[in-house]
Design a protein around this ligand. Sequence first.
Ligand code: SF4
Length: 358
Amino acid sequence: MLSEKEIQHLRLRLVAWYRAHRRSLPWRNTTNPYPVWISEVMLQQTTVSTVLPFYRRFTERFPELQDLARADLQDVLMIWEGLGYYARARNLHRAARIVRDHHGSVVPADVTAFRNLPGVGDYIAAAVMSIAFDQPYAVVDGNVKRVLARLLLIAAPVNRPADHKIFKAAAARLLDMSQPGTFNQAMMELGALICTPRRAACSDCPVKVHCRAERDGKVGEFPKRLQKSPTPLHHVAVGVVFKKDRVLITRRRPEGLLGGLWEFPGGRVKDDETPQDACVREIREEVNLKVKIDFHLTRIRHAYTHFKIVMDVYNCRYVSGKVSLNGPTDHRWVKLDELAGFPFPKANLKFMPLLKPL
Ligand code: SF4
Protein backbone atom coordinates (compact mmCIF):
# COMPACT_ATOMS: atom_id res chain seq x y z
CA MET A 1 0.00 0.00 0.00
CA LEU A 2 1.11 3.56 -0.51
CA SER A 3 2.06 5.82 2.38
CA GLU A 4 -0.27 8.65 3.36
CA LYS A 5 2.16 11.15 1.82
CA GLU A 6 2.23 9.25 -1.47
CA ILE A 7 -1.56 9.05 -1.50
CA GLN A 8 -1.86 12.78 -1.03
CA HIS A 9 0.54 13.41 -3.88
CA LEU A 10 -1.29 10.89 -6.07
CA ARG A 11 -4.61 12.68 -5.43
CA LEU A 12 -3.16 16.04 -6.42
CA ARG A 13 -1.58 14.67 -9.59
CA LEU A 14 -4.62 12.69 -10.63
CA VAL A 15 -7.15 15.49 -10.12
CA ALA A 16 -4.90 18.05 -11.86
CA TRP A 17 -4.56 15.70 -14.83
CA TYR A 18 -8.32 15.13 -14.89
CA ARG A 19 -9.09 18.83 -14.91
CA ALA A 20 -6.71 19.34 -17.84
CA HIS A 21 -7.52 16.25 -19.91
CA ARG A 22 -11.05 15.08 -19.18
CA ARG A 23 -13.37 14.56 -22.10
CA SER A 24 -16.15 17.06 -22.47
CA LEU A 25 -19.26 14.96 -21.92
CA PRO A 26 -22.81 16.27 -21.59
CA TRP A 27 -23.36 14.83 -18.10
CA ARG A 28 -20.14 16.40 -16.81
CA ASN A 29 -21.40 19.98 -16.91
CA THR A 30 -23.90 19.47 -14.13
CA THR A 31 -24.29 18.33 -10.56
CA ASN A 32 -28.03 17.86 -11.08
CA PRO A 33 -28.50 14.32 -9.75
CA TYR A 34 -31.09 13.32 -12.36
CA PRO A 35 -28.84 13.51 -15.48
CA VAL A 36 -25.89 12.19 -13.46
CA TRP A 37 -28.01 9.20 -12.46
CA ILE A 38 -29.22 8.58 -16.04
CA SER A 39 -25.66 8.69 -17.39
CA GLU A 40 -24.27 6.36 -14.74
CA VAL A 41 -27.03 3.79 -15.33
CA MET A 42 -26.33 3.88 -19.07
CA LEU A 43 -22.54 3.72 -18.65
CA GLN A 44 -22.43 0.46 -16.70
CA GLN A 45 -20.60 -2.09 -18.89
CA THR A 46 -21.12 0.20 -21.88
CA THR A 47 -18.68 2.58 -23.56
CA VAL A 48 -19.06 6.35 -23.62
CA SER A 49 -19.31 6.43 -27.42
CA THR A 50 -22.20 3.94 -27.35
CA VAL A 51 -23.99 5.81 -24.57
CA LEU A 52 -23.75 9.35 -26.00
CA PRO A 53 -26.57 9.22 -28.59
CA PHE A 54 -28.85 7.33 -26.17
CA TYR A 55 -28.16 9.81 -23.39
CA ARG A 56 -28.99 12.74 -25.69
CA ARG A 57 -32.21 11.13 -26.90
CA PHE A 58 -33.24 10.18 -23.39
CA THR A 59 -32.64 13.57 -21.82
CA GLU A 60 -34.31 15.38 -24.73
CA ARG A 61 -37.37 13.20 -24.40
CA PHE A 62 -37.39 13.15 -20.56
CA PRO A 63 -35.56 16.35 -19.52
CA GLU A 64 -36.83 16.27 -15.94
CA LEU A 65 -37.47 13.42 -13.54
CA GLN A 66 -41.20 14.20 -13.64
CA ASP A 67 -41.19 13.66 -17.43
CA LEU A 68 -39.76 10.20 -16.95
CA ALA A 69 -42.15 9.39 -14.09
CA ARG A 70 -45.12 10.47 -16.20
CA ALA A 71 -44.05 8.51 -19.29
CA ASP A 72 -45.47 5.22 -20.45
CA LEU A 73 -42.98 2.36 -20.02
CA GLN A 74 -43.21 1.56 -23.73
CA ASP A 75 -41.98 5.10 -24.59
CA VAL A 76 -39.05 4.66 -22.22
CA LEU A 77 -38.16 1.31 -23.80
CA MET A 78 -38.41 2.87 -27.28
CA ILE A 79 -35.76 5.44 -26.35
CA TRP A 80 -33.64 2.70 -24.74
CA GLU A 81 -34.04 0.36 -27.74
CA GLY A 82 -30.63 -0.86 -28.89
CA LEU A 83 -28.76 0.01 -25.67
CA GLY A 84 -29.48 -3.38 -24.08
CA TYR A 85 -29.85 -4.23 -20.39
CA TYR A 86 -33.54 -3.28 -20.51
CA ALA A 87 -34.07 -4.01 -16.81
CA ARG A 88 -32.12 -0.80 -16.22
CA ALA A 89 -34.67 1.23 -18.15
CA ARG A 90 -37.57 -0.45 -16.35
CA ASN A 91 -35.94 0.16 -12.97
CA LEU A 92 -35.18 3.81 -13.78
CA HIS A 93 -38.79 4.31 -14.75
CA ARG A 94 -40.06 2.69 -11.54
CA ALA A 95 -37.52 4.61 -9.46
CA ALA A 96 -38.55 7.92 -11.04
CA ARG A 97 -42.15 7.23 -10.04
CA ILE A 98 -41.11 6.42 -6.46
CA VAL A 99 -39.05 9.63 -6.27
CA ARG A 100 -42.04 11.60 -7.57
CA ASP A 101 -44.53 9.95 -5.22
CA HIS A 102 -42.43 9.62 -2.06
CA HIS A 103 -39.65 12.22 -2.27
CA GLY A 104 -41.45 15.20 -3.78
CA SER A 105 -39.73 14.63 -7.17
CA VAL A 106 -36.34 15.41 -5.58
CA VAL A 107 -33.63 12.75 -5.95
CA PRO A 108 -32.78 11.84 -2.34
CA ALA A 109 -29.38 13.00 -1.14
CA ASP A 110 -29.56 10.39 1.61
CA VAL A 111 -27.62 7.34 0.51
CA THR A 112 -29.91 4.84 2.24
CA ALA A 113 -33.03 6.32 0.67
CA PHE A 114 -31.36 6.45 -2.73
CA ARG A 115 -29.95 2.91 -2.39
CA ASN A 116 -33.49 1.63 -1.76
CA LEU A 117 -34.67 2.69 -5.22
CA PRO A 118 -35.05 -0.02 -7.87
CA GLY A 119 -31.85 -0.67 -9.82
CA VAL A 120 -29.60 1.31 -7.48
CA GLY A 121 -26.64 -0.80 -6.36
CA ASP A 122 -23.32 0.12 -4.76
CA TYR A 123 -21.87 1.54 -7.94
CA ILE A 124 -24.78 3.83 -8.90
CA ALA A 125 -25.22 4.96 -5.29
CA ALA A 126 -21.52 5.87 -4.91
CA ALA A 127 -21.39 7.60 -8.31
CA VAL A 128 -24.51 9.72 -7.83
CA MET A 129 -23.86 10.55 -4.18
CA SER A 130 -20.27 11.63 -4.87
CA ILE A 131 -20.74 13.41 -8.22
CA ALA A 132 -24.05 15.15 -7.51
CA PHE A 133 -23.76 15.71 -3.75
CA ASP A 134 -19.99 15.49 -3.12
CA GLN A 135 -20.48 12.77 -0.53
CA PRO A 136 -17.47 10.58 0.31
CA TYR A 137 -18.31 7.30 -1.41
CA ALA A 138 -15.65 5.66 -3.58
CA VAL A 139 -16.76 4.37 -6.97
CA VAL A 140 -15.52 0.94 -8.00
CA ASP A 141 -16.19 -0.04 -11.61
CA GLY A 142 -14.15 -2.09 -14.07
CA ASN A 143 -11.89 0.84 -14.97
CA VAL A 144 -11.20 1.68 -11.34
CA LYS A 145 -10.45 -1.96 -10.46
CA ARG A 146 -7.90 -2.20 -13.25
CA VAL A 147 -6.16 1.00 -12.15
CA LEU A 148 -6.11 -0.14 -8.51
CA ALA A 149 -4.83 -3.62 -9.38
CA ARG A 150 -1.87 -2.13 -11.26
CA LEU A 151 -1.20 0.79 -8.99
CA LEU A 152 -1.17 -1.31 -5.82
CA LEU A 153 -0.31 -4.75 -7.26
CA ILE A 154 -3.57 -6.25 -6.03
CA ALA A 155 -3.45 -9.92 -6.96
CA ALA A 156 -7.15 -10.63 -6.33
CA PRO A 157 -9.00 -11.37 -9.60
CA VAL A 158 -11.03 -8.35 -10.72
CA ASN A 159 -13.88 -10.58 -11.88
CA ARG A 160 -14.35 -12.59 -8.66
CA PRO A 161 -17.34 -11.08 -6.79
CA ALA A 162 -16.00 -12.28 -3.41
CA ASP A 163 -12.93 -10.07 -3.89
CA HIS A 164 -14.88 -6.93 -4.71
CA LYS A 165 -14.49 -5.77 -1.10
CA ILE A 166 -10.69 -5.71 -1.50
CA PHE A 167 -11.00 -3.19 -4.33
CA LYS A 168 -13.67 -1.26 -2.46
CA ALA A 169 -11.39 -0.86 0.56
CA ALA A 170 -8.45 0.21 -1.63
CA ALA A 171 -10.62 2.76 -3.47
CA ALA A 172 -11.94 4.14 -0.17
CA ARG A 173 -8.38 4.57 1.14
CA LEU A 174 -7.32 6.56 -1.95
CA LEU A 175 -10.50 8.66 -2.18
CA ASP A 176 -9.98 12.39 -1.84
CA MET A 177 -12.57 13.31 0.79
CA SER A 178 -12.35 16.99 -0.06
CA GLN A 179 -13.57 16.41 -3.63
CA PRO A 180 -14.90 12.85 -3.89
CA GLY A 181 -16.95 13.41 -7.05
CA THR A 182 -14.04 14.84 -8.99
CA PHE A 183 -11.64 12.21 -7.67
CA ASN A 184 -13.98 9.34 -8.60
CA GLN A 185 -14.41 10.69 -12.09
CA ALA A 186 -10.65 11.14 -12.39
CA MET A 187 -10.04 7.48 -11.48
CA MET A 188 -12.61 6.31 -14.02
CA GLU A 189 -11.20 8.63 -16.69
CA LEU A 190 -7.66 7.41 -16.05
CA GLY A 191 -8.86 3.83 -16.61
CA ALA A 192 -10.74 4.83 -19.75
CA LEU A 193 -8.02 6.93 -21.39
CA ILE A 194 -4.58 5.98 -20.02
CA CYS A 195 -4.60 2.80 -17.92
CA THR A 196 -6.50 0.88 -20.58
CA PRO A 197 -6.89 -2.92 -20.65
CA ARG A 198 -4.30 -3.42 -23.40
CA ARG A 199 -1.28 -1.18 -23.86
CA ALA A 200 -1.52 1.15 -20.88
CA ALA A 201 -0.01 4.53 -21.79
CA CYS A 202 2.25 4.63 -18.72
CA SER A 203 4.50 7.34 -20.14
CA ASP A 204 1.50 9.73 -20.10
CA CYS A 205 0.21 8.60 -16.72
CA PRO A 206 -0.04 11.27 -14.01
CA VAL A 207 0.38 8.71 -11.20
CA LYS A 208 3.16 6.67 -12.78
CA VAL A 209 5.60 7.62 -10.04
CA HIS A 210 3.40 5.76 -7.52
CA CYS A 211 2.53 2.77 -9.64
CA ARG A 212 3.85 -0.54 -8.32
CA ALA A 213 3.16 -2.45 -11.53
CA GLU A 214 5.08 0.10 -13.58
CA ARG A 215 7.95 0.11 -11.10
CA ASP A 216 8.20 -3.69 -11.20
CA GLY A 217 7.67 -4.06 -14.95
CA LYS A 218 4.45 -6.00 -14.36
CA VAL A 219 1.83 -3.83 -16.04
CA GLY A 220 1.02 -6.62 -18.50
CA GLU A 221 0.42 -9.09 -15.65
CA PHE A 222 -2.27 -7.00 -13.94
CA PRO A 223 -5.17 -7.07 -13.39
CA LYS A 224 -5.55 -10.77 -12.65
CA ARG A 225 -8.70 -12.44 -13.93
CA LEU A 226 -10.34 -15.77 -13.24
CA GLN A 227 -10.60 -17.91 -16.36
CA LYS A 228 -14.22 -17.83 -17.40
CA SER A 229 -16.02 -20.91 -18.65
CA PRO A 230 -16.95 -20.62 -22.34
CA THR A 231 -20.08 -18.61 -23.07
CA PRO A 232 -23.04 -20.94 -23.79
CA LEU A 233 -24.43 -20.80 -27.33
CA HIS A 234 -28.17 -21.31 -27.88
CA HIS A 235 -29.87 -22.05 -31.18
CA VAL A 236 -33.12 -20.13 -31.61
CA ALA A 237 -35.79 -20.20 -34.33
CA VAL A 238 -38.09 -17.24 -34.94
CA GLY A 239 -41.04 -16.81 -37.31
CA VAL A 240 -42.31 -13.66 -39.00
CA VAL A 241 -45.92 -14.72 -39.47
CA PHE A 242 -47.72 -12.93 -42.29
CA LYS A 243 -51.49 -12.70 -42.45
CA LYS A 244 -52.29 -10.70 -45.57
CA ASP A 245 -50.27 -7.46 -45.19
CA ARG A 246 -49.75 -7.76 -41.44
CA VAL A 247 -47.24 -9.58 -39.25
CA LEU A 248 -47.65 -10.93 -35.76
CA ILE A 249 -45.63 -9.45 -32.89
CA THR A 250 -45.84 -10.42 -29.23
CA ARG A 251 -44.83 -8.69 -26.04
CA ARG A 252 -42.49 -10.30 -23.52
CA ARG A 253 -43.40 -10.53 -19.86
CA PRO A 254 -42.53 -7.34 -17.97
CA GLU A 255 -39.85 -8.98 -15.83
CA GLY A 256 -36.67 -10.83 -16.81
CA LEU A 257 -34.45 -10.63 -19.88
CA LEU A 258 -35.75 -8.11 -22.45
CA GLY A 259 -38.88 -7.72 -20.32
CA GLY A 260 -41.64 -5.58 -21.83
CA LEU A 261 -40.11 -5.52 -25.31
CA TRP A 262 -41.91 -6.71 -28.44
CA GLU A 263 -40.60 -9.52 -30.62
CA PHE A 264 -41.48 -12.06 -33.27
CA PRO A 265 -42.60 -15.38 -31.79
CA GLY A 266 -40.10 -18.22 -31.53
CA GLY A 267 -37.81 -19.94 -29.08
CA ARG A 268 -35.04 -22.45 -28.42
CA VAL A 269 -34.40 -25.29 -30.86
CA LYS A 270 -34.43 -28.60 -29.01
CA ASP A 271 -31.61 -31.12 -29.52
CA ASP A 272 -33.74 -33.49 -31.56
CA GLU A 273 -35.53 -31.07 -33.89
CA THR A 274 -34.77 -28.93 -36.92
CA PRO A 275 -34.98 -25.13 -36.63
CA GLN A 276 -37.97 -25.21 -39.01
CA ASP A 277 -39.80 -27.64 -36.71
CA ALA A 278 -38.85 -25.57 -33.68
CA CYS A 279 -40.21 -22.42 -35.33
CA VAL A 280 -43.58 -24.03 -36.11
CA ARG A 281 -43.77 -25.68 -32.65
CA GLU A 282 -42.84 -22.52 -30.74
CA ILE A 283 -45.47 -20.48 -32.58
CA ARG A 284 -48.09 -23.13 -31.87
CA GLU A 285 -47.12 -23.24 -28.17
CA GLU A 286 -46.75 -19.48 -27.64
CA VAL A 287 -49.67 -18.10 -29.64
CA ASN A 288 -51.72 -21.16 -30.62
CA LEU A 289 -51.46 -20.57 -34.38
CA LYS A 290 -50.77 -23.05 -37.15
CA VAL A 291 -48.30 -21.60 -39.64
CA LYS A 292 -46.48 -22.72 -42.75
CA ILE A 293 -42.87 -21.77 -43.42
CA ASP A 294 -42.35 -20.01 -46.75
CA PHE A 295 -38.59 -19.52 -46.67
CA HIS A 296 -35.52 -19.00 -44.51
CA LEU A 297 -35.07 -15.25 -44.24
CA THR A 298 -31.67 -15.08 -42.58
CA ARG A 299 -29.41 -16.23 -39.77
CA ILE A 300 -28.49 -13.75 -37.03
CA ARG A 301 -25.80 -14.00 -34.39
CA HIS A 302 -26.09 -12.01 -31.22
CA ALA A 303 -24.27 -11.92 -27.88
CA TYR A 304 -25.93 -11.20 -24.55
CA THR A 305 -24.00 -10.78 -21.30
CA HIS A 306 -24.00 -14.45 -20.31
CA PHE A 307 -24.78 -16.32 -23.52
CA LYS A 308 -24.81 -16.06 -27.29
CA ILE A 309 -27.49 -17.01 -29.77
CA VAL A 310 -27.66 -18.15 -33.35
CA MET A 311 -31.11 -17.21 -34.60
CA ASP A 312 -32.71 -18.69 -37.72
CA VAL A 313 -35.47 -16.44 -38.97
CA TYR A 314 -38.27 -17.76 -41.19
CA ASN A 315 -40.90 -16.03 -43.24
CA CYS A 316 -44.12 -17.84 -42.32
CA ARG A 317 -47.68 -17.73 -43.52
CA TYR A 318 -50.70 -17.88 -41.22
CA VAL A 319 -52.70 -21.08 -41.81
CA SER A 320 -55.30 -21.32 -39.05
CA GLY A 321 -56.15 -20.68 -35.40
CA LYS A 322 -57.01 -17.78 -33.15
CA VAL A 323 -54.27 -16.16 -31.08
CA SER A 324 -54.22 -17.26 -27.46
CA LEU A 325 -51.12 -16.35 -25.48
CA ASN A 326 -48.99 -18.72 -23.47
CA GLY A 327 -45.98 -16.73 -22.24
CA PRO A 328 -46.27 -13.37 -24.02
CA THR A 329 -48.51 -10.79 -22.35
CA ASP A 330 -49.86 -9.10 -25.47
CA HIS A 331 -49.90 -9.34 -29.27
CA ARG A 332 -50.60 -7.22 -32.34
CA TRP A 333 -51.03 -7.80 -36.06
CA VAL A 334 -49.18 -4.83 -37.56
CA LYS A 335 -48.15 -3.57 -40.98
CA LEU A 336 -44.40 -3.58 -41.63
CA ASP A 337 -44.22 0.21 -41.54
CA GLU A 338 -45.78 0.19 -38.07
CA LEU A 339 -42.98 -1.92 -36.54
CA ALA A 340 -40.89 1.20 -35.86
CA GLY A 341 -43.45 2.26 -33.26
CA PHE A 342 -42.64 -0.66 -30.95
CA PRO A 343 -39.48 -1.32 -28.89
CA PHE A 344 -37.69 -4.49 -30.07
CA PRO A 345 -34.57 -6.33 -28.85
CA LYS A 346 -31.43 -5.76 -30.90
CA ALA A 347 -31.43 -9.30 -32.31
CA ASN A 348 -34.84 -8.58 -33.92
CA LEU A 349 -33.69 -5.17 -35.16
CA LYS A 350 -30.87 -6.89 -37.00
CA PHE A 351 -33.18 -8.71 -39.42
CA MET A 352 -36.11 -6.29 -39.59
CA PRO A 353 -34.67 -4.32 -42.56
CA LEU A 354 -34.90 -7.56 -44.60
CA LEU A 355 -38.68 -7.85 -44.17
CA LYS A 356 -40.71 -7.25 -47.33
CA PRO A 357 -44.49 -7.26 -47.83
CA LEU A 358 -45.75 -10.56 -49.28
S1 SF4 B 1 1.63 3.81 -14.65
FE1 SF4 B 1 0.69 2.57 -16.22
S2 SF4 B 1 -0.12 0.80 -15.15
FE2 SF4 B 1 0.33 2.31 -13.61
S3 SF4 B 1 -1.59 3.36 -13.27
FE3 SF4 B 1 -0.47 4.54 -14.81
S4 SF4 B 1 -1.13 3.72 -16.78
FE4 SF4 B 1 -1.77 2.28 -15.20
